[in-house]
Design a binder for this molecule. Structure first.
Ligand SMILES: [Zn+2]
Length: 464
């Protein structure tokens, strides 16, 4: 398989570090609100990645963290529960949105990762790593917070694996306390943030001095990926906006604490979802949640299908029209499966094998899901394969696509209708439109509507 590795900015052949096992870490959500569908694209992408690896006979160990303590969760939990103690408010607030998040992923057919640690459950490991960074000389304490000493670090190690940075702009001795900032103002960032009034805190025994506070965002991911996967591990995923500062800082922290230059072999980043040319985001207030989609009559899997139609490295435009056409395509697939069973006992033919190979080729080439979908439709239109065999192949492909095709209830279509469909097909082949139309009416009399689409006919049961 080949993936685009953000570290070297090129497509590279993938090989696991150890044996057949692929260790993946995905930056999970910050649980301070419902995830919007722009965020969710990132988890659909990670799911496609791990499904594809399994499909290619790799074993996968997948970790996704939950950020349940950071600037935003603290700010909003205080707002929601002003009467509660900060720690209790934070727990109650984040548990609610974490639950909603897992419900969303389940609806999107994203398989549950093997480990889903919360930052607040990893405080010991976080403190240990911060202390190691300090002992190795790349951190210092200032006003009861602990900062990463960037100036010292870049003298010894590379900083700027994922983005190009201009070190001449670096301000000496400046510190940044915010978790999110842009590359024009990179400075010493916080590993441990000293407690402010009304904030939840943990005690950090720092050389015998107690520093009540909480972890910075970046160190959370270093601690959790190390705890569950060890360094180096195979693949780190996340949205493209996490490249800097989050992932760049993760790399630096890993190196500073464990003295290894390469802690992650592959970084894979997925692109934004756009709404009217602008990035979908909470701050621009141009976002939709899965609930919004459902309210408008769409299923979460319609959205998954839409995502599959764009390569993960391309920006994806979200419009209701695009979602509608994704829904139509998925409905056609479902309809096809409802009509044909997969009971065919015949072995795979060379012709089917060809489609399987094309599908695999697309997936192995940096997860080219649009191409994989094109193979699906080409296979469905192929007159030389019987329909039962097509369903069989579809089920196989769906272990990667995750569209829930196996769960579709078979509809018993009367033999009479199937016979009529066959006759009509013959008439259409010989361009006898009048007779074909008569048959359509006959089918309608028997309780089914027939639509002709460019991918063939589509049977819909009339509502009674
Ligand atoms: Zn992260």
């Amino acid at each position: 398989m080949k993936f685009f590795n953000s570290i070297n900015r090129q497509k590279e052949k993938f090989k696991p570090i150890k044996d057949n096992l692929v260790r993946i870490y995905s930056c999970g959500p910050t649980v301070y609100n419902y995830a919007h569908i722009g965020n969710l694209r990132s988890f659909i992408f990670a799911d496609i990645l791990q499904r594809s690896l399994k499909f290619n006979n790799y074993q996968v160990k997948w970790v996704m963290n939950i950020t349940d303590v950071d600037d935003k969760t603290i700010r909003d939990s205080k707002k929601q529960y002003p009467e509660l103690k900060p720690m209790i408010a934070l727990k109650k607030f984040t548990q609610f949105y974490e639950k909603a998040f897992w419900q969303d992923l389940e609806k999107l057919n994203v398989e549950k990762p093997d480990f889903t640690p919360q930052a607040t459950e990893t405080i010991d490991e976080i403190q240990k790593i911060i202390y190691q960074i300090f002992q190795n000389g790349f951190a210092y304490e200032k006003d009861r917070s602990v900062y990463f000493d960037l100036k010292k670090y870049i003298k010894k190690y590379k900083y700027g694996w994922l983005v190009k940075l201009d070190f001449s702009k670096m301000k000496v001795g400046q510190r940044i306390d915010k978790d999110e900032y842009n590359k024009e103002n990179f400075e010493d960032f916080a590993l441990w943030k000293g407690k402010k009034l009304g904030e939840p805190s943990w005690d950090f025994d720092f050389q015998g001095k107690i520093l009540p506070g909480r972890p910075g965002w970046h160190i959370e991911c270093s601690a959790m990926s190390h705890k569950y996967l060890g360094f180096p591990f195979d693949i780190h995923t996340g949205g493209i906006d996490l490249k800097f500062p989050h992932h760049e800082n993760e790399i630096a922290q890993n190196t500073a604490s464990f003295k290894i230059e390469k802690s992650v072999n592959f970084f894979l980043h997925n692109e934004y979802v756009l709404v009217k040319e602008k990035k979908m985001s909470k701050s621009l207030n141009n976002f939709y949640t899965l609930r919004d989609l459902e309210k408008n009559g769409f299923s979460p899997l319609d959205y998954r299908y839409l995502c599959l139609g764009s390569h993960y490295q391309n920006k994806m435009n979200f419009t209701w029209q695009a979602l509608k056409s994704a829904k139509n395509s998925l409905d056609e697939l479902k309809n096809f499966i409802q009509r044909w069973s997969n009971k065919d006992k015949k072995t795979i033919t060379i012709r089917q094998n060809k489609y399987q190979e094309l599908f695999l080729k697309a997936i192995r080439d940096n997860l080219n899901t649009p191409e994989a979908l094109a193979v699906v439709w080409k296979m469905i239109r192929d007159q030389k394969i019987n329909n039962q065999q097509k369903v069989k192949l579809l089920f196989k492909f769906d272990t990667v696509l995750g569209l829930g095709l196996r769960n579709i209830q078979k509809e018993k279509i009367p033999k009479k209708i199937i016979k009529l469909l066959k006759i009509r097909k013959e008439y259409r082949k010989s361009k006898n439109w009048a007779e074909a139309d008569k048959i359509r009416k006959e089918i309608e009399k028997n309780g089914y509507l027939l639509e002709d689409t460019k991918r063939g006919d589509r049977l819909i049961k009339k509502e009674n």
